[in-house]
Design a protein around this ligand. Structure first.
Ligand code: GAR
Length: 186
């Protein structure tokens, strides 16, 4: 049974999809840790509900990114984590975490990278008048959303409602993330 950690900052629907795939036996894995940089986020509540260990921290309580990432690395090591899945973790991974877990961190992003890297990807794509949207899963390196692509899925949408794009995209994300994690673990 493989050990996974999920990092989130928000609702945690991808976190939930991964946990449920583990519980169904679709993934030969267990989510052993949720890391969340927003203690009030819904993802934290979900971790409590699932009985999953959760490290919820406020970055402002630390002197530097190196300091909180050192603590995260300690927790990942202690839990024996093999794969780190960023799922809406809205923070650039720093040198401490990459130094320890580089090559074992993946991220999901709501655009067809390299288009619309960074924050508000869907909103910016809608403003641009994009007609083909998509989801990307990629390895995480020191660049912002720039690591090598592992999987992508596209969908068409011709409208101007970012909420609708989010809704369509998230349904794709939940399936694509589980499928991709499965392939990586195998
Ligand atoms: C997801 O849609 C993910 O693609 C996005 O945050 C959302 C988190 O949703 N990630 C990024 O924008 C990363 N740059 P969730 O908390 O419901 O899983």
């Amino acid at each position: 049974m493989h050990k996974i950690a999920v990092f989130a900052s928000g609702t945690g629907t991808n976190f939930e999809a991964i946990v449920e795939a583990c519980n169904r036996g679709e993934l030969d894995a267990e989510v052993v840790l949720l890391v969340c940089d927003k203690p009030q986020a819904a993802a934290v509540e979900k971790a409590h509900r699932f009985g999953i260990e959760c490290f919820a921290f406020n970055p402002k309580d630390y002197a530097s990114k190196e300091e909180f990432e050192s603590q995260i690395v300690e927790l990942l090591d202690r839990a024996g984590v093999e794969l780190v899945c960023l799922a809406g973790y809205m923070r650039i991974v720093g040198s401490v975490l990459l130094g320890a877990y580089g090559g074992r961190i993946i991220n999901i992003h709501p655009s067809l990278l390299p288009a619309f890297m960074g924050a508000r990807a869907v909103e910016r794509a809608v403003e641009y008048g994009v007609k083909v949207y998509g989801i990307t899963i990629h390895w995480v390196d020191q660049t912002l959303d720039g690591g090598k692509i592992i999987a992508q899925r596209a969908f068409e949408y011709d409208g101007n409602d970012p909420e609708q794009v989010h809704r369509i995209g998230q349904q794709i994300e939940h399936k694509l993330y589980v499928e991709t994690i499965k392939k990586i673990l195998e």
